[in-house]
Design a binder for this molecule. Structure first.
Ligand code: EPU
Length: 421
């Protein structure tokens, strides 16, 4: 077990490169199950969720090699269509194997994910989509059993534009017989990239980037190589690290348009943003943070995956702000921990009402999930004295050695082995 020890108050300076997008890779990897052969996904981040997905794919018979962010996946010898509980309970994105396995092999057995750290996260929309495509779904001993001789194109409408359900439905529809129309689909960059990857394999998806996707089923898909997009959430987290410490940093390997909603809010809060060469520069050296409200929504709205980090930033802003999460109503485990550092946050239903304080003071705090952990690290960077962030295995699921990136920028942060839990 590791913890972070952060001695706060240091200014950050320099350039750091953003890693590949975790959530995009987690969709691209199972998509390779739709073909037979050697696929390559470049710019894959070295984070624990990716290692969990590699293990799950191995369980299905996929051979892999992972060097220098280049992930090779050989899908020519699939031996199982079962995603066991031990993998799914660790990572809900495991459910992404359902659509591809069902579509290519006519059968998939996937453990039901349970609740998650911040409440229920149902998968009803994934299952409804599979049923619409003609699958028979049953639940046995905690497993979803999905069967179909051959999936058939259908109209699928999502009441909520779910990222995961859109991805699963898309993958399933590529090898279905006939045409599928998905309406109210998610349009996150990770979904657009998945569509592009599937099309490069031979799929026929149109409407990419819009909320209506049309998929003309094909008989076969072929192995391909792709370079993964940069991680917009890691980028946003690093930008807030600079903003909260009144620093100036530069981010390389970033897709600025994927972050528009966050960048607009950052500018409103008083920081300067400019593009220099291929980098995005954030300059907060002479600014004091203004309190700015945010409300999360689906892309291109403010991402729920940046909500905790924004909350941390607002703890030191000049007046009162409200941060509302409309995607995950209970995703506020970071609030009591931030208050332990001296923040003044009151939780009212799905909103954090944050009264800016003059300073935060270091303390021991505990990670409870990936983005909550990130918010505690950000607060620790700005707090006076020493902050210890325990249970950082949550953070390691989705940030590639963030302490090394922050240290390279001048932060005083170290990873320390501990028996504390
Ligand atoms: N929902 C349903 N039924 C479903 C699926 C979703 O009601 O069958 C609801 C959810 O409860 C939620 C909303 O729909 O209220 C959106 O959930 P979505 O399905 O879009 O989320 P997801 O696909 O499970 C992905 C990311 C999450 C991110 C959300 C929202 C991956 C692997 N995960 O999850 O990332 O928060 O989209 O943008 O792509 C993270 O990286 O920290 C993370 C949690």
């Amino acid at each position: 077990m590791d913890k972070f020890v952060i001695r706060g108050g240091k200014k950050l300076k320099g350039t750091v490169s953003v890693s590949g997008a975790k959530n995009a890779s987690l969709a691209l990897m199972p998509a390779t199950l739709l073909n037979s052969g050697l696929n390559r996904i470049d710019n894959t981040p070295e984070v624990n969720d990716i290692f969990t997905m590699i293990k799950l794919l191995k369980q299905l018979g996929v051979e892999s090699e992972f060097h220098n962010h280049s992930l090779l996946l050989n899908t020519s010898k699939i031996t199982s269509q079962v995603a066991p509980y031990e993998h799914v309970k660790k990572m809900r994105a495991s459910v992404y194997v359902l659509g591809p396995l069902l579509s290519r092999f006519g059968y998939a057995k996937v453990s039901m994910p349970g609740g998650c750290a911040w409440g229920p996260r149902p998968i009803n929309l994934h299952l409804e989509a599979m049923k619409r495509l003609g699958a028979e779904i049953s639940l046995e001993e905690g497993y979803i059993i999905a069967r179909a001789n051959k999936l058939k194109g259908a109209k699928i409408h999502f009441d909520i534009p779910s990222v995961g359900a859109t991805g699963n439905a898309l993958m399933a529809a590529t090898l279905a017989k006939g045409t599928t129309l998905i309406t109210n689909s998610a349009i996150e960059p990770e979904i657009n990239q998945l569509c592009d990857y599937l099309n490069s394999m031979g799929a026929r998806i149109s409407g990419i980037g819009t909320t209506t996707l049309e998929i003309e089923g094909v008989d076969e898909l072929f192995p391909k190589q792709i370079k993964n997009i940069p991680d917009r959430i890691e980028a946003g987290t690093l930008l807030i690290a600079a903003a909260i410490t009144h620093s100036k940093i530069s981010l390389a390997n970033i897709e600025v348009q994927h972050l528009d909603s966050v960048l607009i809010k950052l500018e409103e809060s008083g920081v300067k943003l400019l593009q220099e060469n291929d980098c995005l520069v954030l300059d907060a050296e002479n600014s004091s943070a203004k309190s700015i409200d945010v409300s999360t929504s689906v892309y291109p709205g403010f991402p729920t995956d940046m909500q905790a980090q924004w909350t941390a930033y607002m703890t030191l802003a000049d007046s009162i702000s409200t941060v509302t999460d409309t995607i995950y109503l209970d995703r506020f485990n970071h609030v009591p921990e931030l208050n332990r550092l001296g923040a003044n946050i009151e939780l009212i239903n799905n909103s954090a009402v944050i009264k800016g304080v003059k300073k935060l003071k270091g303390a021991k705090v505990m990670s409870t999930d990936l983005r909550a952990s990130a918010s505690l690290v950000l607060a620790g960077l700005a707090a006076e004295g020493t902050t210890e962030v325990l249970r950082i295995y949550h953070l390691d699921r989705g940030y590639q050695r963030i302490e090394e990136k922050l240290r390279a920028l001048g932060a005083d942060i170290e990873r320390v082995a501990t028996t504390e839990f």
